[in-house]
Design a protein around this ligand. Sequence first.
Ligand code: ZN
Length: 498
Amino acid sequence: MNSPYKTKIGLEIHIQPKTESKMFCRCKNEFNNENPNTSICEICTGQPGTLPAANKRAIEAIIKAGIALNCDITRKVHWDRKHYFYPDLPKGYQLTQNTTALCQKGFLEFDYLDEKGRTQNKKVLINRLHLEEDAGKDTHPEGADYSLVDLNRAGAPLIELVTEPVIENKEQAAAFCRNLQKIFRYLKVSDADMEKGQMRCEVNISLGQNGKDGTKVEIKNINSFKGVRKSIEYEIKRQSEILNEGGKVKQETRGWKAQKQITVSQRGKEDAHDYRYFPEPDIPIVNITDEWLEKIKSSISELPQQKKERFIKNFNINEDIANSIIGHPDLAEYFDKTISELKAWSASQPDKLTQKELEKLYKLASNYLTTEITKMVSQAGLQFKEIPITPENFAELMLIIRNREINSSAAQKILKIMFKTKADPSQIIDEHNLRIEKNESAIEKTVDEVLKQNEKAVKDLKQGKNKALQFLMGQVMKKSADKADPKTTIEMIKRKTD
Ligand SMILES: [Zn+2]
């Protein structure tokens, strides 16, 4: 059913850059939940008479993100005090950039799958990225008549990104977040792990009709890509029902309850704060010089979209697999290293491989990486930078498979042993006697035995029943402990039953 309403969605995303120290002091920027209030000082706890200083690395981190997101970089920036009272904000104000956001007017263009599974392209305009400081954390122990405040996170740097309300549906919104996460990971600015709170999303959504904009509702507390999709789905339904009955949508902030998959009202417009922003007088204006900007630009390495295009163009791997590989910068790096190994091997051979043969090898490697290796890494609870198999050994295994020295079940077995012991594949093959039997007379002996013991299947095969061929093949494999060369075996059975 076509909806009579025009959905407009904007996103506000907070990302924690991984700097050594906090935004305006030298305290360690790490959240040590077990030891509350250990990473604090007089600056981030807001003692009077202290002098904050801006963190250069945090400024460089946001500029990197701004460049990757096609933003204009503001050259003279200052901080503003945003006033409100909360127990986890000891200063009574938060330092943020109200009028001089460091990065402005950018965009992110990406492909995504629409609700019917078709690939579409979307360009999302970005209003701004600015730098601010995080607040502390309150906990309310159950049954206790007190609350606890932990200031380890207070004063940590935080990047806030605001898009224009140009997103039309949940698929675009989730794809934007996923692509953004990838960019931050490639830039090494943040791991942007949503479950760890390193990336937090807020959605604002309105349903307009008859050419008029609708009322904006904000959804907070979303901590997964699924939450982004599901909360939008829920809000569209909720607001449509109100409008269908001739009602009015209330302008308010709602919270996403992941367990119940619903949004609930948190506060209305009447509770909106007047933050009384004013420029921070204690921190000097930061000048972003041409020289500094060039230096930051030159430190940015290949971004995910460029990498994907290169993988497809140079290595001829399909788009889905390219997408899976570039999803993790460390996996992409591993793939690049494997390719170098394969190329070097080919160049060292008297008969170099043709481009087509090389591409077949790349494809084989990319398949193993996105299936077997990915599975093993996740089962072992590892990250891609911790793959225990070296790219050199992995490339060697790919060559062994290509040269039909082992069969696919042996390949799986070898891969598992390599993952566990880090041994090189030829050593494992010898130790476990896994090399394929190519000796025709040895195979022939087994084939003859199998044919003799399975007269009915032989008869069926002679009558053209192909299932019988598979059966006989299976018997030979079983008898040879999976070592008979499949190609030789199948040809031999066919010849002998012709
Ligand atoms: Zn501090």
